[in-house]
Design a protein around this ligand. Structure first.
Ligand code: UT7
Length: 327
């Protein structure tokens, strides 16, 4: 009996954070806020901010190099690069093609994907389709952002929430028996609903204002939808894979707000010690937050080979999604 299929298996993880750290106390010097308010409402203590001239493609390249090193691979081994970002260096070309050039890769294909904070889940799921179709062998999936460049630094309701950074994973197509215990992406669920545009958007762009614009958010409204949306897609993954919360070793959610993370974990019946949280140190880095968190939890030995990992995110659009991965 030959039941072998292809699975997208994680070969390596890497991350990069800009050097400069901006603390809540630093922010309180320029906007009407306090460390206490930010920590209490969001869990954030600090965030990293890209240096002048430091671009998303540079952060993405450094994260990609770290992931390749972790996998014991080089750019020559990669035939697809997907960068999830909402803060590209330029309107075009894609950040991914710049990363491709920076890595010295001249074969294969590279493109960007835009799903705001859900970008990494969307990019991982897209990569999985390429790999399991047999068309590509190894993918660099990168989430990279310089949200500091699209923040209104006078708007205390948004500027305290976000940070810059990049994270990457290398996924490889491997023969699998397709069982729950075999490594790789087991199932993914992606959703979007464009009716929610006005709750979280950037008020500029090439075909409207011809400017880059600033992030605008009705925080309370986003919060109100977030928990229900992410728990829905996580439960859909549970059902599709035939698992329950008890089977999950690590829950690695998008890092927007500690309260959203805790409420989602509680609603799903996931023990808090299984939840990887980096929001405290990184803030919300949009598409970069999940691979940054994965990188932290792999490095410190929490996520190990054989663990069952659930990633999920929700963001502008709205977009939302989840993926269940056997490490
Ligand atoms: O990445 C994906 C999408 N993003 C998210 O998931 C973010 C979702 N939303 C949130 O995380 C939360 O809604 C926020 C953290 C943005 C806000 O928390 P909240 O508990 O919903 O607070 P709020 O917006 O209801 O504001 C409460 C009060 C307001 O004052 P009044 O009207 O009660 O007098 C705000 O003006 O806090 C005030 N406030 C601040 N105070 C000090 C708002 N921002 C600040 C601030 N410092 N930075």
């Amino acid at each position: 009996m030959n039941t072998h299929i292809l699975r997208s298996v994680v070969r390596g993880v890497g991350a990069y954070l800009p050097e400069r750290v901006l603390t809540n106390a630093d922010l309180a010097k320029t906007v009407d806020t306090t460390d206490e308010w930010i920590q209490q409402r969001t869990g954030i203590r600090q965030r990293h901010i890209a240096a002048p001239g430091e671009t998303t493609s540079q952060l993405a390249t450094k994260a990609a190099q770290a992931a390749l090193a972790n996998a014991g691979l080089t750019g020559a081994d990669i035939d697809l690069i997907i960068v999830a970002t909402s803060t590209p260096d330029y309107t075009f070309p894609a950040v991914a093609t710049q990363v491709q050039a920076n890595l010295g890769v001249q074969h294969g294909v590279a493109f960007d994907l835009q799903a705001v904070c859900s970008g990494f889940v969307f990019a991982t799921t897209t990569a999985d389709k390429f790999l399991t179709s047999g068309s590509h062998k190894r993918v660099l999936v990168i989430g990279a952002e310089t949200f500091s460049r699209i923040l209104d630094w006078e708007d205390r309701t948004t500027c305290v929430l976000f940070g810059d950074g990049a994270g990457a994973v290398v996924l490889e197509a491997q023969e699998s028996d397709g069982t729950l215990t075999s490594p790789g992406i087991i199932t993914s669920q992606l959703r979007s609903d464009g009716r929610h545009r006005a709750k979280l958007y950037v008020d500029g762009g090439p075909s409207t204002t011809q400017t880059v614009g600033h992030l605008r958010m009705e925080g309370k409204e986003v919060f109100r939808h977030a928990v229900g949306m992410v728990t829905d897609v996580v439960k859909a993954c549970f059902a599709d894979a035939g698992v329950t919360a008890a089977d999950i070793d690590w829950f690695v959610p998008h890092q927007a707000n500690r309260r959203i993370i805790d409420a989602s974990a509680e609603k799903l019946g996931l023990a808090l010690e299984k939840v990887v949280k980096t929001v405290e140190l990184h803030g919300n880095t949009s598409a970069a937050s999940i691979p940054l968190a994965l990188s932290v939890a792999c490095k410190d030995g929490r996520i190990k080979k054989g663990d069952l990992v659930m990633i999920e995110a929700m963001g502008g659009g709205f977009t939302w999604g989840a993926s269940l991965i056997r490490w």
